[in-house]
Design a binder for this molecule. Structure first.
Ligand SMILES: [Zn+2]
Length: 316
């Protein structure tokens, strides 16, 4: 008997070639897939067919000029969009499918076909801004997904929780002046990209709808988890989300090479449980999670497995 959890995936994600030395490598997807497929979990999840986002959907967040810039860079073959962000011939299709996975997941969750979903995608998205690729990210998958939910499904309040260890600068920028998306980012400080100070809280109508929660390197996992729950609880009660989205990076794991936080897979499971319970309470269980970072392959695979396990339990 299947649960009502979907895992959105496309084989093209393993062909977005960034080079073998790049931390955001093609091996990440394979490591996660092998782990998910080895256990019973895989059979409990739906694996819906995904599609590419179209340009109008990308344009919900990105300028046409940026979309064209990414397309031509990919067509050119291996090239570099910023010091960290590499593309190759298949990156264009991979990027369209990565954004499309979030859109398809929202469609399925809003239709009640699925309770919740995990999008096993790359390239990641949360650093991508309206006008530029950045930090391994070409298009902002979760911002496109949130904007799509607002515009196509009439959702009025979307909560985005970004627990990737890096600040989700692109997502923050996309909704900084709006009160229909509450953006919460939990990240190590100081760390790339250098934004996400607690003073950044939104502006105009969006004042108070951005929350940046920062952790010093080596912060204890229990401290992190306590802060997560203490800060999120009143935000959720006050904001009353109709849909919860997670920028699920797993690079706050103790074994991750790009940061110095101390979580393990049990803590990602705890945070997932907290948010599935909140979704159950406030938004009919509707929750969509998109993969962001996570660069130790074993830690990433185990963390995704723990995350999806809780999604399945919540939707079963
Ligand atoms: Zn990250």
């Amino acid at each position: 008997m299947k649960s009502k959890t979907g895992v959105f995936f496309h084989e093209i994600f393993s062909r977005h070639d960034t080079g073998s030395m790049h931390p955001e490598s093609t091996s990440r997807i394979g490591a996660v897939l092998r782990r998910l497929q080895a256990g019973a979990l895989w059979e409990l999840c739906y694996r819906p067919v995904t599609r590419q986002a179209n340009e109008d959907e990308l344009h919900l967040v990105h300028d046409r000029h940026h979309i064209e810039h990414v397309r031509s860079a990919c067509e050119t073959g291996p090239s570099q969009l910023d010091p960290d962000t590499v593309v190759s011939a298949d990156s264009w299709d991979a990027a369209l499918y990565a954004a499309g996975a979030g859109i398809e997941a929202v469609d399925a969750v809003m239709a009640g076909e699925l309770q919740n979903a995990f999008c096993l995608v790359r390239p990641p998205g949360h650093h991508a801004e309206r006008n530029r690729a950045m930090g391994f990210c070409l298009f902002n998958n979760i911002a496109v997904t949130a904007r799509y939910a607002l515009e196509k499904h009439g959702v009025e309040r979307v909560l985005i929780v970004d627990w990737d260890v890096h600040h989700g600068n692109g997502t923050q920028d996309a909704f900084y002046t709006e009160d229909d998306v509450f953006f919460v980012s939990l990240h190590q400080w100081p760390l790339y990209p250098g934004t996400g100070h607690p003073d950044e809280t939104g502006s105009g109508a969006g004042q108070g709808y951005t929350k940046n929660i920062v952790f010093a390197p080596l912060t204890g996992a229990q401290d992190y988890l306590d802060t997560f729950q203490r800060e999120l609880e009143p935000i959720i009660q006050h904001f009353r989300p109709q849909l919860i989205l997670i920028s699920a990076g797993f690079d706050a794991h103790a074994d991750d090479p790009l940061a110095q936080l101390t979580l393990d897979e049990t803590h990602f499971a705890d945070m997932t449980r907290f948010l599935t319970e909140a979704a159950g309470l406030w938004c009919g269980g509707r929750l969509v999670s998109l993969l962001e970072g996570g660069y130790d392959l074993t830690a990433l695979a185990r963390s995704v497995e723990a995350h999806v396990q809780v999604l399945v339990e919540a939707s079963g």
